[in-house]
Design a protein around this ligand. Sequence first.
Ligand SMILES: Nc1nc2c(ncn2[C@@H]2O[C@H](COP(=O)(O)OP(=O)(O)O)[C@@H](O)[C@H]2O)c(=O)[nH]1
Ligand SMILES: [Mg+2]
Length: 256
Amino acid sequence: MTRPPFPVLQRFSASSKEEEAHTSNVRVKPAQVDPPSMLTRLQFNCTYSNLATLPREGVPEIAFVGRSNAGKSSAINAFAQQHKLAFVSRTPGRTQHFNYFAIAASPPEPLKHRAFLVDLPGYGFAKIGMGIKSRWNELFSTYVSTRQPLVALCLLMDIRHPLTPLDQHFLQLAIQAGRPLLVLLTKADKLGFAQMTKVHRETEIKLGELLIASNAALSNNISLTVMPFSILKRINIVAARQWIESTLGLAGIENK
Ligand SMILES: Nc1nc2c(ncn2[C@@H]2O[C@H](COP(=O)(O)OP(=O)(O)O)[C@@H](O)[C@H]2O)c(=O)[nH]1
Ligand SMILES: [Mg+2]
């Protein structure tokens, strides 16, 4: 059987209004752009520091992972269209726990949820000691390889310095666990359009190579989607949210 030259590397399609918002530098109000989304019902659920106590409801979850300060909490806030849902920090490395955000069942019932988004502790903050780093490494690798309700990972990397050695390390753990990946190249507003497109393409190519190098047999089955992403310029907020909703099985349910 002939193997495709690359693993399943999916092209994103940003909504035309989002692209317009970027290229013409116009800020588009959320109400004009955003289709209705279940993610606007996100609520803080619980903080966990121990894998054994994670929710056992068996509903699907997507975890947000990346270096400290990559923009994880900001992205969750943007998807939820809420300003203070996830803690957005100017002091990197402060979130040390697994923060669970829940989409409530409807009508709301205590302890019944449709899905979770999980804000994982950031990695790679210089002031964190080796003890915490190795504990986080162990936590993450156990979580990503054994957590049954985990349907995908969303990896966030600052578009100005993507695929650092630590990013590659955690990508390899995710790939080995066979998890679908959404890679967001955050703070894309910091680059011009040409540079943003160049980094996007280069990152896709490097990720494809990394997939093949990590596990050639497995790589053909892993879904990998890469998008430039900006909250300030609203680049791909809707496209990423749609990817998340469809991966969580929420597409088309829309607030019912
Ligand atoms: N320019 C720009 N800054 C952003 C963007 N997203 C997040 N930030 C900033 O990056 C910093 C870190 O964000 P945060 O969400 O706390 O990162 P986390 O540590 O990964 O959760 C904050 O100062 C945010 O305001 C973006 O799209 N553009
Ligand atoms: Mg955070």
